[in-house]
Design a binder for this molecule. Structure first.
Ligand SMILES: [Zn+2]
Length: 385
């Protein structure tokens, strides 16, 4: 088709359109260029395009492209952003594709701009007139930080595809389960004073010491009470990640903060896990009224599970040649699932290469991914009735 790049060229253009997401303002970039690039390709392929600005972001957009009409169909989804990079650890320019050792090196090759190059490639072989049900392509913003794009999309859309595939790097294995993720800051407000007169102050570090003891007991309680053997870490986790408090040896510490992260199992809501935390800290909160608060550091990502048995999972297992599995990292799947579609995560490349210097996608993924996408589109859009 005219004006449509070959696979390598599409990948090159996607990688060299930087769209880094970061909570640090000096790293964070808009994604307008890559959204426009994708829109122009899918428009040429006959899709109708809608672009939505994602609120509370630094100029970020989602793109939804639709080919064909009617209800149901297949949604292919991914995020348009990447993580930042550590330039001096890369052996090539991260913002350009370098082909070496039968691999494409570049930031986002596997996580996950490459997936869009595969979709474009597959769609070139399609005739819109063949479709009985629609094919959707979704590119989201800010997956690597807040998941603001997928969150907003799921709240504002009324499309209802039958099935959805999120093309995160899973070596093409269908992922049907992952944990949730949330981060909180526990703040202890004490009362500073001269260290020679302890009775005049309230030492925030001493209270935090008791908070930590409580959290370690909670960690054991979670491990003992909740298990899912589909995961290599079979229980919910609680990590003490960062602590700061006080300023001088001769002052009573007036303020102490502890950042923790918790990962829930499927079937456990965010609220359930947060209640476990607040219940555990309740005796201390009563002992020190008004001194202990819990703040959310960023919006939580729910856990995800596509329930079995599912014809869609069986199809994905059959067409990919891989058994379905669980992973430890979080994705946009729980948000996409709220559209009402059966949802899996399945894409080319390995998570082991994601968020790493010298990220790559192997040439060996090309044929497999192309065939898998064509087969999925054929099943859910062309032969569907
Ligand atoms: Zn990703």
């Amino acid at each position: 088709m005219k004006n449509l790049p070959a696979f390598n060229e599409a990948l090159q253009k996607l990688i060299s359109s930087p769209s880094i997401s970061s909570t640090h303002e000096n790293w964070d970039q808009g994604n307008e260029d890559i959204i426009n690039l994708l829109s122009s390709w899918f428009e040429t392929l006959g899709f109708s395009i809608s672009i939505q600005k994602v609120p509370n972001t630094r100029n970020k957009f989602n793109m939804l492209a639709k080919l064909g009409s009617g209800e149901g169909g297949l949604l292919l989804a991914g995020h348009s952003d990447t993580v930042p990079f550590d330039e001096n650890k890369w052996q090539s320019n991260p913002l350009s594709v370098t082909e070496k050792d039968n691999k494409f090196f570049g930031l986002g090759t596997c996580d996950m701009k490459g997936f869009f190059a595969f979709i474009v490639q597959a769609c070139k072989q399609l005739d819109a007139k063949q479709l009985n049900k629609p094919l959707y392509v979704l590119a989201t913003a800010d997956e690597e930080t807040t998941m603001a794009g997928a969150r907003f999309f799921s709240q504002t859309q009324d499309i209802k595809p039958d099935v959805a595939i999120i093309g995160e790097p899973t070596n093409l294995a269908p992922v049907v389960m992952h944990k949730g993720h949330m981060s909180h800051r526990i703040i202890v407000e004490g009362q500073s004073g001269h260290s020679s007169k302890p009775s005049l102050g309230v030492n925030a570090i001493e209270i935090m010491y008791q908070v930590i003891g409580t959290l370690l007991s909670l960690k054991n309680l979670l491990a003992n009470n909740y298990q899912n053997t589909a995961f290599d870490v079979t229980s919910p986790t609680l990590n003490l990640g960062a602590i700061k408090g006080g300023d001088n040896a001769n002052r009573i510490c007036g303020h102490c903060e502890l950042d923790i992260d918790m990962r829930s199992l499927p079937g456990m809501t965010d609220n359930e896990l947060i209640s476990c935390l607040t219940e555990a800290l309740k005796p201390l909160a009563e002992k020190y009224p008004g001194r202990i608060t819990i703040d959310e550091l960023h919006p939580s990502s729910p856990s995800f599970e596509q329930t079995l048995p599912s014809e869609f999972i069986e199809t994905a297992e059959h067409l990919s040649g891989h058994k379905c599995c669980a992973v430890n990292y979080a994705t946009e799947a729980p948000f996409i699932q709220t559209l009402g579609c059966q949802t899996i995560v399945m894409g080319p490349g390995s998570i082991d290469q994601a968020h790493q210097p010298n990220e790559f996608l192997s040439f060996s993924e090309i044929k497999k991914t192309d065939t898998l996408l064509i087969n999925m589109i054929t099943k859910y859009c062309i032969n569907a009735n």
